[in-house]
Design a protein around this ligand. Structure first.
Ligand code: PEP
Ligand code: MN
Length: 263
Protein backbone atom coordinates (compact mmCIF):
# COMPACT_ATOMS: atom_id res chain seq x y z
CA UNK A 1 0.00 0.00 0.00
CA UNK A 2 2.93 2.33 0.64
CA UNK A 3 4.54 1.52 -2.71
CA UNK A 4 4.45 3.37 -6.00
CA UNK A 5 3.23 0.23 -7.73
CA UNK A 6 0.04 0.49 -5.66
CA UNK A 7 -0.31 4.25 -6.27
CA UNK A 8 2.02 5.98 -8.75
CA UNK A 9 1.06 9.59 -7.97
CA UNK A 10 2.26 11.35 -4.79
CA UNK A 11 -0.14 11.39 -1.86
CA UNK A 12 -1.21 14.71 -0.42
CA UNK A 13 -2.53 14.58 3.12
CA UNK A 14 -4.90 17.37 4.12
CA UNK A 15 -4.70 18.11 7.84
CA UNK A 16 -7.20 20.82 8.72
CA UNK A 17 -6.46 22.67 5.48
CA UNK A 18 -2.66 22.23 5.61
CA UNK A 19 -1.58 20.10 2.66
CA UNK A 20 1.28 17.74 3.45
CA UNK A 21 3.07 16.40 0.39
CA UNK A 22 1.79 19.18 -1.88
CA UNK A 23 3.74 22.03 -3.45
CA UNK A 24 4.30 23.95 -0.21
CA UNK A 25 6.95 22.99 2.33
CA UNK A 26 5.30 22.34 5.70
CA UNK A 27 7.12 23.10 8.93
CA UNK A 28 6.29 21.44 12.24
CA UNK A 29 8.13 23.01 15.16
CA UNK A 30 8.05 23.30 18.92
CA UNK A 31 9.77 21.96 21.99
CA UNK A 32 10.89 18.39 22.52
CA UNK A 33 8.50 18.14 25.47
CA UNK A 34 5.58 20.14 26.80
CA UNK A 35 6.96 21.41 30.11
CA UNK A 36 4.33 23.91 31.26
CA UNK A 37 1.37 25.87 29.91
CA UNK A 38 3.46 29.00 29.61
CA UNK A 39 6.34 27.26 27.84
CA UNK A 40 4.19 25.64 25.15
CA UNK A 41 2.10 28.75 24.53
CA UNK A 42 5.22 30.90 24.23
CA UNK A 43 6.75 28.35 21.85
CA UNK A 44 3.54 28.23 19.81
CA UNK A 45 3.45 32.01 19.28
CA UNK A 46 7.14 32.03 18.33
CA UNK A 47 7.02 29.23 15.75
CA UNK A 48 3.80 30.55 14.26
CA UNK A 49 5.36 33.98 13.76
CA UNK A 50 8.20 32.35 11.79
CA UNK A 51 5.81 30.46 9.53
CA UNK A 52 5.34 27.01 11.08
CA UNK A 53 1.87 25.57 10.49
CA UNK A 54 2.03 22.75 13.03
CA UNK A 55 3.11 22.76 16.68
CA UNK A 56 5.04 19.82 18.07
CA UNK A 57 5.40 19.00 21.76
CA UNK A 58 5.85 15.68 23.50
CA UNK A 59 3.44 14.77 26.29
CA UNK A 60 4.54 11.12 26.53
CA UNK A 61 8.33 11.06 26.35
CA UNK A 62 10.11 7.79 25.50
CA UNK A 63 13.32 8.61 27.36
CA UNK A 64 16.41 6.45 27.25
CA UNK A 65 16.57 6.48 31.07
CA UNK A 66 13.51 5.79 33.24
CA UNK A 67 14.82 8.40 35.69
CA UNK A 68 14.70 11.21 33.13
CA UNK A 69 11.64 13.52 32.69
CA UNK A 70 8.86 11.36 31.24
CA UNK A 71 6.49 14.10 30.09
CA UNK A 72 3.33 15.69 31.52
CA UNK A 73 1.09 13.13 29.81
CA UNK A 74 -2.64 14.12 29.92
CA UNK A 75 -1.83 17.51 31.46
CA UNK A 76 0.51 18.14 28.52
CA UNK A 77 -2.24 17.27 26.03
CA UNK A 78 -4.49 19.93 27.59
CA UNK A 79 -1.77 22.57 27.26
CA UNK A 80 -1.24 21.61 23.62
CA UNK A 81 -4.96 22.10 23.00
CA UNK A 82 -4.82 25.50 24.70
CA UNK A 83 -1.89 26.46 22.47
CA UNK A 84 -3.94 25.37 19.45
CA UNK A 85 -6.98 27.36 20.54
CA UNK A 86 -4.84 30.43 21.09
CA UNK A 87 -2.77 30.32 17.88
CA UNK A 88 -4.73 28.22 15.40
CA UNK A 89 -1.71 25.95 14.86
CA UNK A 90 -2.37 22.27 14.29
CA UNK A 91 -0.90 19.88 16.86
CA UNK A 92 1.35 16.84 16.59
CA UNK A 93 2.35 14.74 19.58
CA UNK A 94 4.02 11.38 20.06
CA UNK A 95 1.95 8.42 21.21
CA UNK A 96 3.84 5.63 22.96
CA UNK A 97 1.05 3.27 23.95
CA UNK A 98 -2.51 2.31 23.10
CA UNK A 99 -3.66 4.28 26.15
CA UNK A 100 -1.84 7.36 24.84
CA UNK A 101 -3.54 6.97 21.44
CA UNK A 102 -6.94 6.98 23.15
CA UNK A 103 -6.14 10.01 25.30
CA UNK A 104 -4.44 12.05 22.58
CA UNK A 105 -7.12 11.43 19.95
CA UNK A 106 -9.39 14.25 21.12
CA UNK A 107 -6.59 16.80 21.57
CA UNK A 108 -4.24 16.48 18.60
CA UNK A 109 -4.33 16.53 14.79
CA UNK A 110 -1.40 14.22 13.98
CA UNK A 111 -0.02 11.25 15.90
CA UNK A 112 3.73 10.85 15.95
CA UNK A 113 5.21 7.37 16.16
CA UNK A 114 8.76 7.68 17.44
CA UNK A 115 11.91 5.89 16.37
CA UNK A 116 11.72 3.53 19.34
CA UNK A 117 8.31 2.23 18.30
CA UNK A 118 8.93 1.73 14.58
CA UNK A 119 8.27 -2.00 14.90
CA UNK A 120 5.79 -1.91 17.78
CA UNK A 121 3.23 -3.58 15.55
CA UNK A 122 0.36 -3.51 18.10
CA UNK A 123 0.77 0.25 18.41
CA UNK A 124 1.03 0.64 14.63
CA UNK A 125 -2.21 -1.29 14.16
CA UNK A 126 -3.86 0.89 16.81
CA UNK A 127 -3.00 4.14 14.98
CA UNK A 128 -3.96 2.35 11.77
CA UNK A 129 -7.50 1.90 13.09
CA UNK A 130 -7.74 5.64 13.76
CA UNK A 131 -8.07 7.82 10.68
CA UNK A 132 -5.80 10.53 12.08
CA UNK A 133 -2.62 11.30 10.10
CA UNK A 134 0.52 9.64 11.45
CA UNK A 135 4.07 11.02 11.26
CA UNK A 136 5.99 7.78 11.20
CA UNK A 137 9.65 8.05 12.16
CA UNK A 138 12.37 5.70 11.05
CA UNK A 139 14.01 3.63 13.76
CA UNK A 140 17.66 4.31 14.45
CA UNK A 141 18.62 0.89 13.03
CA UNK A 142 15.79 0.30 10.57
CA UNK A 143 16.44 -0.32 6.88
CA UNK A 144 14.18 1.46 4.44
CA UNK A 145 12.64 -1.88 3.49
CA UNK A 146 11.83 -2.69 7.14
CA UNK A 147 10.46 0.80 7.64
CA UNK A 148 8.14 0.62 4.62
CA UNK A 149 6.96 -2.81 5.76
CA UNK A 150 6.18 -1.32 9.16
CA UNK A 151 4.19 1.45 7.41
CA UNK A 152 2.08 -1.33 5.89
CA UNK A 153 0.94 -2.24 9.43
CA UNK A 154 -0.64 1.22 9.73
CA UNK A 155 -2.02 1.32 6.20
CA UNK A 156 -3.39 -2.20 6.13
CA UNK A 157 -5.73 -1.23 9.02
CA UNK A 158 -7.24 1.42 6.76
CA UNK A 159 -5.25 4.54 7.63
CA UNK A 160 -3.49 5.78 4.48
CA UNK A 161 -2.54 9.14 6.03
CA UNK A 162 1.07 8.24 6.74
CA UNK A 163 3.98 10.69 6.57
CA UNK A 164 7.44 9.11 6.63
CA UNK A 165 10.07 10.94 8.68
CA UNK A 166 13.81 10.34 8.46
CA UNK A 167 15.46 11.26 11.78
CA UNK A 168 18.97 9.89 11.54
CA UNK A 169 20.34 6.40 11.91
CA UNK A 170 23.01 4.87 14.11
CA UNK A 171 26.43 4.65 12.45
CA UNK A 172 30.05 4.53 13.64
CA UNK A 173 30.14 8.35 13.66
CA UNK A 174 29.93 10.01 17.07
CA UNK A 175 30.29 13.70 16.11
CA UNK A 176 26.51 13.84 15.71
CA UNK A 177 23.84 12.05 17.76
CA UNK A 178 22.73 10.07 14.69
CA UNK A 179 23.73 10.26 11.04
CA UNK A 180 21.09 11.94 8.90
CA UNK A 181 20.49 9.59 5.99
CA UNK A 182 19.82 12.23 3.37
CA UNK A 183 19.69 9.46 0.75
CA UNK A 184 16.50 8.24 2.39
CA UNK A 185 14.67 11.22 0.86
CA UNK A 186 15.22 10.39 -2.84
CA UNK A 187 15.09 6.64 -2.13
CA UNK A 188 11.66 6.95 -0.46
CA UNK A 189 10.48 9.29 -3.20
CA UNK A 190 11.35 6.65 -5.78
CA UNK A 191 9.75 3.76 -3.86
CA UNK A 192 6.72 5.34 -2.22
CA UNK A 193 3.92 7.84 -2.84
CA UNK A 194 3.86 8.90 0.82
CA UNK A 195 5.03 12.37 1.90
CA UNK A 196 8.58 12.46 3.27
CA UNK A 197 9.67 14.62 6.21
CA UNK A 198 13.05 15.10 7.85
CA UNK A 199 13.78 15.67 11.53
CA UNK A 200 17.20 17.33 11.62
CA UNK A 201 17.04 17.83 15.41
CA UNK A 202 17.23 14.19 16.50
CA UNK A 203 19.67 13.45 13.68
CA UNK A 204 22.20 16.13 14.61
CA UNK A 205 21.64 16.29 18.35
CA UNK A 206 23.34 19.68 18.32
CA UNK A 207 21.66 22.98 17.59
CA UNK A 208 24.46 24.39 15.44
CA UNK A 209 24.05 21.71 12.75
CA UNK A 210 20.27 21.97 12.40
CA UNK A 211 20.17 24.75 9.80
CA UNK A 212 22.55 23.02 7.35
CA UNK A 213 20.72 19.71 7.62
CA UNK A 214 17.32 21.37 7.22
CA UNK A 215 18.40 23.14 4.05
CA UNK A 216 19.93 19.93 2.66
CA UNK A 217 16.70 18.05 3.36
CA UNK A 218 14.56 20.55 1.46
CA UNK A 219 17.04 20.68 -1.43
CA UNK A 220 16.93 16.85 -1.54
CA UNK A 221 13.16 16.91 -2.02
CA UNK A 222 11.66 16.55 1.46
CA UNK A 223 8.05 17.74 1.80
CA UNK A 224 8.69 19.32 5.16
CA UNK A 225 10.61 19.39 8.42
CA UNK A 226 9.94 18.77 12.10
CA UNK A 227 12.29 20.90 14.18
CA UNK A 228 12.71 21.30 17.93
CA UNK A 229 12.38 24.92 19.08
CA UNK A 230 12.30 25.97 22.74
CA UNK A 231 11.79 29.47 24.20
CA UNK A 232 14.85 28.86 26.38
CA UNK A 233 16.77 25.77 25.20
CA UNK A 234 19.35 25.92 27.99
CA UNK A 235 16.62 25.18 30.54
CA UNK A 236 14.89 22.44 28.52
CA UNK A 237 13.96 19.29 30.45
CA UNK A 238 14.90 17.08 27.48
CA UNK A 239 17.14 17.40 24.40
CA UNK A 240 18.51 20.76 25.54
CA UNK A 241 21.55 20.63 23.22
CA UNK A 242 19.57 20.35 20.00
CA UNK A 243 16.65 22.76 20.47
CA UNK A 244 16.78 26.00 18.52
CA UNK A 245 16.05 29.41 19.97
CA UNK A 246 13.09 31.16 18.32
CA UNK A 247 15.45 33.65 16.67
CA UNK A 248 17.70 31.01 15.05
CA UNK A 249 14.53 29.20 13.92
CA UNK A 250 13.22 32.40 12.38
CA UNK A 251 16.41 32.84 10.30
CA UNK A 252 16.21 29.21 9.21
CA UNK A 253 12.60 29.60 8.04
CA UNK A 254 13.63 32.53 5.85
CA UNK A 255 16.40 30.44 4.24
CA UNK A 256 14.00 27.56 3.67
CA UNK A 257 11.52 29.83 1.89
CA UNK A 258 14.31 30.96 -0.44
CA UNK A 259 15.29 27.37 -1.27
CA UNK A 260 11.65 26.38 -1.77
CA UNK A 261 11.22 29.23 -4.26
CA UNK A 262 13.94 27.97 -6.59
CA UNK A 263 12.87 24.30 -6.49
C1 PEP B 1 10.94 13.26 19.53
O1 PEP B 1 10.53 13.66 18.43
O2 PEP B 1 10.84 13.93 20.56
C2 PEP B 1 11.64 11.96 19.60
C3 PEP B 1 11.74 11.29 20.74
O3 PEP B 1 12.18 11.60 18.42
P1 PEP B 1 12.73 10.16 17.94
O4 PEP B 1 11.60 9.21 18.12
O5 PEP B 1 13.08 10.42 16.51
O6 PEP B 1 13.92 9.85 18.78
MN1 MN C 1 13.42 15.38 21.43
Amino acid sequence: LAGKTFKPESSVIDVGGVKIGGKEIVIMAGPCAVESRQQIIEAAHAVKKSGAQILRGGAYKPRTSPYAFQGLEEEGLKYLKEAKDETGLLIITEVTSERAVESAAEFVDIFQIGARNVQNFQLLKEVGRSKKPVLFKRGSSTTIDEWLNAAEYIMSEGNYNVILCERGIRTFETATRNTLDISAVPVLKSLSHLPVFVDPSHAAGKANYISSLSKAAIAAGADGLIIEVHPNPKCALSDAAQQLTPSVFDDLCKDISKIAEIL
